[in-house]
Design a protein around this ligand. Sequence first.
Ligand SMILES: Cc1cc2nc3c(=O)[nH]c(=O)nc-3n(C[C@H](O)[C@H](O)[C@H](O)COP(=O)(O)OP(=O)(O)OC[C@H]3O[C@@H](n4cnc5c(N)ncnc54)[C@H](O)[C@@H]3O)c2cc1C
Length: 340
Amino acid sequence: MRIGIVGAGVTGCLLANKLTNSGADVTVLEKSRGTAGRACHKKTEWGSFDMGAPVIPAYNDAFLTFMERCVSDGVAVRWPDKAFTYNGELNAKNDDADEGKQPVTRYAFPRGVNDACQRWLQGSELKTQAKVAHFQRLPEGWLLWDEQEGSYGLFDSIVMTAPWPQTRLLLEDIPDADEFTGKTSQNWTSCWSVAMEIAQPINTHAKLIHVEQSDIQVVCLDTSKTLSRSPNIHQTWVVYFSHEFSDRHPQIDEDALLATAKQTLCDMFGVSALKVTSSYRHYWRFARPALGEAPIGIFQSKCNTVFAGGDWSFGASFQAAFQASNSLFESIIAQTTKEG
Ligand SMILES: Cc1cc2nc3c(=O)[nH]c(=O)nc-3n(C[C@H](O)[C@H](O)[C@H](O)COP(=O)(O)OP(=O)(O)OC[C@H]3O[C@@H](n4cnc5c(N)ncnc54)[C@H](O)[C@@H]3O)c2cc1C
């Protein structure tokens, strides 16, 4: 079975892994230069850090088991520190009270989720800088076309794993998707992420801070994610701006963004001034479904050869992307078993 997957994020790469293990011939088409999508690790001349998902919480048993396997495979680590909240003062977050049951287990990928994605893609063919623009159904299968009119295929089945606003547009080429797209609305929101390397390390136990009622939502000491026991002497902090702020300021000036990020760190840690030696920023146009938007499940066409799913199917997180890859896999396999 030949399968074309659009998107090399967590959903696409985990799905590719499962499908190649079951004997399928898989090609993954990715519009950017690399893998991991919104969980990607950015490499720059002065350092590398996570610009998307900073730390990954696991709430259900299947995902916990999967993450523990990533730990034993040496790609992930358990995040050993408590999370904090900041609302004028720093307090350790009470995860037990939060969830009403077990404390949340959090994980990080010190070499980046990209590293894990490369492993999950072993056995698949990855084509980067291939932005799929439309699909064509031929008697022998599906042909995928990119923006430069390059074609890929033929495929027996195709799977879309891009964020919902982008998948929704792609589904316009699929005749029987109208019913699904018509009844499914999900608004998305943006996020500015700013990474800063600082000259003088801040001495603190608070390495993951959820900021309350502010233009900033999360602050993370990225350089504390390490596979080695010795602490990293350089500090790179990543500051994630709130969705409201990011939606209001898609074009904000770099200096203004940096000044707000620096000031937040100064206030939080009682530091009078902070020297930033290097910085990098990224605007996530489609960061996640807006707060309160319901998950929309996966799509399967009536012809049973087109599928779509992503974190948006189950709740806008790394764990939801994992669930989407499982659900898509089960639907594709159920279909081929029926046909066989
Ligand atoms: C700033 C930020 C912070 C986050 N924090 C957390 C967190 O703390 N905890 C947590 O669990 N999750 C967090 N998340 C969410 C988590 O990163 C995502 O849920 C997860 O990575 C989604 O994976 P995915 O594969 O479903 O989608 P994506 O990662 O979006 O992957 C889709 C891929 O499709 C590609 N693509 C899109 N259109 C096309 C096209 N036309 N042709 C080819 N390729 C295409 C994209 O480039 C992308 O690589 C965060 C996300 C962001 C942005």
